[in-house]
Design a protein around this ligand. Sequence first.
Ligand SMILES: NC(=O)c1ccc[n+]([C@@H]2O[C@H](COP(=O)([O-])OP(=O)(O)OC[C@H]3O[C@@H](n4cnc5c(N)ncnc54)[C@H](OP(=O)(O)O)[C@@H]3O)[C@@H](O)[C@H]2O)c1
Length: 302
Amino acid sequence: VNILVTGAQGQLGTYLLNTLLQGRDEWGPLPEVYQHAHVDAVDKDELDITQATALDAWFEMYGPYDLVFNCAAFTNVDGCETNTELAFAINAEGPANLAKACARTNTTLVHVSTDYVFPGNEPGERKETDQANPLSAYGKTKLEGEKAVLVNNPRTHVVRTAWLYGPGGKNFVNTMLALGAAHKEITVVDDQYGNPTSVADLTHEMLRLALTSHYGVWHATCEGVCSWAQFAQAIMDEAGLACRVKPCTSAQWKEMNPASAERPAYSALAHQKFIDTIGYEMRPWRVALMAFMSSQNEQDTK
Ligand SMILES: NC(=O)c1ccc[n+]([C@@H]2O[C@H](COP(=O)([O-])OP(=O)(O)OC[C@H]3O[C@@H](n4cnc5c(N)ncnc54)[C@H](OP(=O)(O)O)[C@@H]3O)[C@@H](O)[C@H]2O)c1
């Protein structure tokens, strides 16, 4: 099979590419079709998804692809508030360009989206069919991207994930590890709840889903819910850091960081659709976090 990975230098793209190259993940060998796959992995310097003409030319030259994984995005949630045009171009127009190119060659598109499409104003877990209504510019542009890919290519999987971390990425876990090593106490929001998710688990589930014709929207996060402060405490505990996590409210955070985007209070995602179809193989968030931390420690001691 011929595969394209866009945004391949981001934290998900890098992990997905390495997994495809290794032919296995933490669960074991990848399905047979991936074993002899040809993979083109590109980031914006080589293939800027906002440039439709260049993108079409790329598909002409290197396609047709069987599978496209779109890991490209403008993911700085606060930055999207002041850069809405660029955020819209990358998170909505770029995916539309990709979907149109995929539709011309009967290509399956796996597009990654976010829990931040939900307002999350009531407790509980969100289903794929729940009403989206984003609070932030990031969430709005990502929702437009979802609509665009679904409308423009019938063979599209939209995979919503959340609170994502992986090796080398700019993410909450790595930020907490750095802050925890440098400070005795840090303040973390304690009234926003979600599902911390490892790129390892997301990649595993995405690679399985991509081989099916169950097109549509999917919720792919690790199992279990916590607050950012609880997540921070777990990171400190796993790393053996003595740094105290001082909980604060979203309102207090906003006072300290006036330019920060509004985020949903309850954006945990439900996984029943996976359970009812191809199965749900993502781990409890704490188990995935432990696996991530021990693989990081192995890297450090190599
Ligand atoms: N991170 C999270 O917590 C989180 C939560 C929920 C959902 N998601 C979704 O998960 C997906 C992967 O996120 P991630 O954390 O891996 O993001 P990431 O690390 O920010 O990676 C995104 C990659 O896309 C690249 N890119 C930006 N503009 C591009 C363009 N015009 N054309 C091609 N590539 C471009 C970025 O390059 P530059 O860095 O050079 O701009 C970066 O390498 C995204 O769809 C994101 O919305 C993430």
